[in-house]
Design a protein around this ligand. Sequence first.
Ligand SMILES: Nc1ncnc2c1ncn2[C@@H]1O[C@H](COP(=O)(O)OP(=O)(O)OP(=O)(O)O)[C@@H](O)[C@H]1O
Ligand SMILES: [Mg+2]
Length: 424
Amino acid sequence: MVRIAEYEIDPEMRELRGCGAPQPPGARAFDVLATLVRAGGEIVTKEALKRGVWPATALCPSCATSLIGRQAEIDAALATLDAAQTLTITGPAGIGKTALALTIAQRLGTVAAFDTCFVELSMLKGQQELLAAIADRCGAGTDDGTAPLERIRRALAQRRSLLVLDTAEHLIDEVGSLTARIVPDNPGLRVLVTSRERLYGTHEHVMRLAPLAVPSSAASFAEALDTAAVQLFLERAQSVDKAIRIENNLIHHVAEICRRLDGNPLEIELAAARAPLFGVVELNHRLDDRMDLLTSGYRTALPRHRTLRASLDWSYHLLSTPTRRLFRRLAVFNSAFTLDAVRAVVCDKTLKDTCAMEGICELAAKSMITVECESPLVTYRLGQTLRTYALERLRCDDDATALAQRNARYLASLAHGPADSRSG
Ligand SMILES: Nc1ncnc2c1ncn2[C@@H]1O[C@H](COP(=O)(O)OP(=O)(O)OP(=O)(O)O)[C@@H](O)[C@H]1O
Ligand SMILES: [Mg+2]
């Protein structure tokens, strides 16, 4: 909550109060206000303001060039939206779903003359707020007695429209049912959703976004520079401090940072912002403390993008309670693990086998573990950052030592039994 004269502004809750009474401003007016408030008194450039308030247009026309890599994904998404009406871009926190959706929106606008209606959903709670925000953004008019859904359908049917629903994971039921109701009988409409979890709609096409390419540990200088992750790191570090020079002999530290951050663009950006302060050697060394280190996002970024911890809190708080317990405990595995390992090490009377199996499905659906099916045995993996986060939470409220001992016993038993399971 921020107070300015007799006004109180709460950007997170989207509330404005004047002289103690609520003052509901228009959605865009509020976005302008919230962007200025988040800047905490610092000058907000025109570009930053546009990025905060009109994200779809802010990146135009430069967003296509500001996106590093992702050409294959752009082409695939455009081909999908040529033939199908609904596409959901899924993937873990900060992987680049919104950035990709904005580029696709810009391309569809310029190449196929689609009108874009971009709605950021993270602050919205429930169906009513969802419908009100979409109606506001797509110019569906004010309440004339017609149901908001019908007004939205009519507004979007008047032209070739692209409705971008950004950050839908906390409203997937509402967005799924809305999409099912506005898409049929409206062939000119395309709906592009970004979400850490897919909608499970009947006609939904899904693109699971992979991390940015990272260099292998054997990559040469030129090969490292050729990867999207390293390019992003260097570009962002230089945008923080133009004078920063990363000598040739240090590039392998940048490569290692990108690998340790699993090619995740948000994490790479947060790390790059620290590079001018620590240098890449020290930054690499300090990455074990990434939760406390990666805390300097853009002031105008969404609250959940300003620190690594905030970004992961958002996913963690969307989990059911038993799955949170499972997630914390999975930190005991420092590499790929099997269901057998989960049963033997993680399950007990407070986390039954069936709950754990459901939890594994929930974590996979919400992009919090990856499923690897390369060998006949299916294995699962927590990314390095998610594991660090889970470990932090495990230490707070579960018995981490007992779990580690159970894992050690399990690994010892494997050494004497069939060698078809991996964990720890
Ligand atoms: N390919 C890319 N090139 C340049 N910058 C990128 C790229 N992908 C992502 N970014 C940047 O990384 C940050 C995180 O990306 P983005 O907001 O798109 O992630 P997200 O997957 O939508 O995250 P969330 O799950 O929190 O919504 C942003 O600042 C974005 O501009
Ligand atoms: Mg996003």
